[in-house]
Design a protein around this ligand. Structure first.
Ligand code: URA
Length: 238
């Protein structure tokens, strides 16, 4: 059983306070009968109509966004634009939160969801969900870079990172790195420990979910297949 107002807000009809008004105005019917009580407990399988149109609740929503530079990985900020500001239409109403943080200047894949267990699984270092980044560097990496990252590189503050995989052509100013945790400025600090400054950073994937062709500032809902694979990778069942 679920409260009627919660059912409707999880269906994307509106915020809790908006749907309470719709219910009070007599615009909501449960199994064909008008219900004016927002706290009424209804079956999760009930047929709920607003102005005669069926509202279908999906408990959790998860999207993949291509975060542009200049946006914070946050739900709100008084001064600066956030990833949540890019959620348009009904997507602004689901209470989606970023699963982990990308620095303000970092672009690429950001997963946003209202499934707290999934957020926890994606960011928890114990679950080892791999995150792949493409980095542009101000100087080539030393010859032993891949070995040092594979062993678990030590950062300037003494933090020893989990082993990471490097994909790099010697002499180039571009590298791909796969990390399995998400400490503060982690990738920038890993490259700094190797003597190179990151001049641009983009996240390409989180577990099985890839940035692909999502345009900057755009987002799309994960497919059932992606969601199931992501849940499995994050240790939340699949
Ligand atoms: N590593 C960083 O340095 N910054 C990010 O935003 C993500 C990973």
């Amino acid at each position: 059983m679920i409260r009627l107002d919660r059912y409707l807000s999880e269906a994307g009809t509106g915020s809790r306070s908006e749907v309470k008004k719709l219910i009070a105005w007599g615009r909501v019917a449960v199994d064909g009968k008008v219900c004016r009580d927002p706290s009424a407990k209804i079956s999760e399988d009930a047929c709920v109509d607003v102005d005669g149109v069926r509202e279908v609740r999906t408990e959790f929503r998860t999207v993949a966004m291509n975060k542009p530079a200049g946006y914070l990985s946050a739900t709100e900020d008084k001064r600066l634009p956030t990833a949540s500001d890019l959620l348009t239409g009904k997507w602004a109403k689901f209470g989606l939160k970023p699963a982990g943080r990308l620095d303000r200047d970092v672009t690429g894949l950001l997963i946003l969801t209202n499934d707290g267990a999934l957020i926890h699984g994606i960011i928890s270092p114990g679950r080892h969900v791999p995150k792949v980044y493409s980095a542009e560097l101000d100087a080539p990496l030393p010859p032993d870079a891949a070995d040092r990252l594979a062993e678990g590189i030590t950062l300037d503050d003494g933090l020893v990172c989990l082993p990471a995989e490097l994909c790099y052509v010697p002499g180039e100013l571009q590298a791909k790195i796969t990390v399995h945790e998400g400490k503060f400025h982690q990738v920038k600090r890993m490259f700094a420990a190797l003597g190179s400054r990151v001049t641009a950073l983009r996240r390409l994937s989180v577990g099985p979910v890839e940035l692909g062709g999502i345009a900057e500032g755009e987002f799309r809902e994960l497919t059932e297949k992606e969601l199931s694979a992501l849940r499995q990778a994050a240790g939340c069942g699949g």
